[in-house]
Design a protein around this ligand. Structure first.
Ligand SMILES: N[C@@H](CCC(=O)NCCCC(=O)O)C(=O)O
Length: 259
């Protein structure tokens, strides 16, 4: 099978000694390797010094992971963070420009949770910061009463836009069950994005970009966790992403050969 190299967004995590580490949850890289059957490459959160174009010249897809940290509000003119809200400006400075560059190239892009929120902000949208405090919204945060696997099991249903790309991946289904581990969510949708799924309380759970030149799918839930990877929709999403990256790789190699 044609291999593909997929960039996986890394986080800058500070420990109690004020030392920073590049961190990626193993479930993300395992999902790319096993469910997308591609080669994961961690992208360090060094956006302000990385040559992002040189990096993208060598990638065949971009996978934007989740993270406990949150996109800095100044990127979408939102209210300042409350004390204690986790942040990762180094990741922001990497993923936000990377997203726009990848889309310009038609590079396959798959976003999850924080990545879903980054995509919306990168393209001009905004975020809710504390969804559970909004009228009519449920609490979408992680249920700490559950064990690790339980936290990534089903939390609520979603309604899927009929005949859209997500419904296609769901075999035509317009309902699915997903997990939920977030306090932030899409508020104003970016102009070029289309809602593909919503939760019963109206949270935008999945979006697509009809004008994108390549594969682009973004979800608020976590299909990458081993519990969720047993779900047919998760397998279909990662399979389609891996196929798109391999097709992109074949074109990249032939372009290189032609050069
Ligand atoms: N911090 C944001 C995004 C939430 C998110 O990505 N959760 C995943 C946390 C751990 C993991 O990587 O699975 C928000 O709260 O909305």
């Amino acid at each position: 099978m044609q291999s593909a190299l997929i960039g996986v967004s890394g986080c800058a995590i500070e420990d109690e000694g004020n030392r920073f580490y590049v961190k990626v949850g193993d479930k993300y890289v395992n999902a790319i390797a096993n469910a997308a059957q591609a080669t994961p490459m961690i992208v360090p959160p060094l956006g302000d010094v990385l040559d992002l174009d040189m990096l993208l010249d060598r990638l065949d897809g971009l996978f934007l992971t989740g993270s406990p940290s949150n996109v800095e509000p100044h990127h979408y003119e939102g209210p300042s963070f409350r004390e204690g809200v986790k942040r990762d400006p180094r990741r922001d400075s990497t993923t936000l420009p990377l997203i726009k560059k990848a889309i310009e190239r038609g590079m396959p892009l798959f976003a999850v949770c924080r990545g879903h929120q980054e995509l919306n902000v990168a393209l001009g949208g905004t975020l809710h910061q504390h969804v559970q405090e909004l009228p009519g919204k449920r609490d979408h945060r992680v249920n700490n009463d559950l064990d690790y696997s339980g936290q990534y099991d089903v939390a609520h249903s979603i309604s899927i836009r009929a005949d859209g790309p997500l419904a296609d991946l769901a075999g035509g289904a317009t309902e699915a069950d997903v997990n939920s581990l977030h306090s932030q969510a899409i508020d104003r949708l970016a102009p070029d994005l289309v809602v593909e799924a919503e939760s019963p309380d109206g949270i935008i759970e999945a979006v697509s970009m009809p004008s994108a030149k390549g594969f682009l799918l973004s979800v608020q839930w976590h299909p990458e966790h081993p519990v969720a990877l047993t779900w047919p929709l998760s397998k279909a999403m990662f399979g389609a992403f891996g196929d798109a990256a391999r097709a992109y790789a074949a074109k990249r190699v032939s372009r290189g050969a032609a050069a």
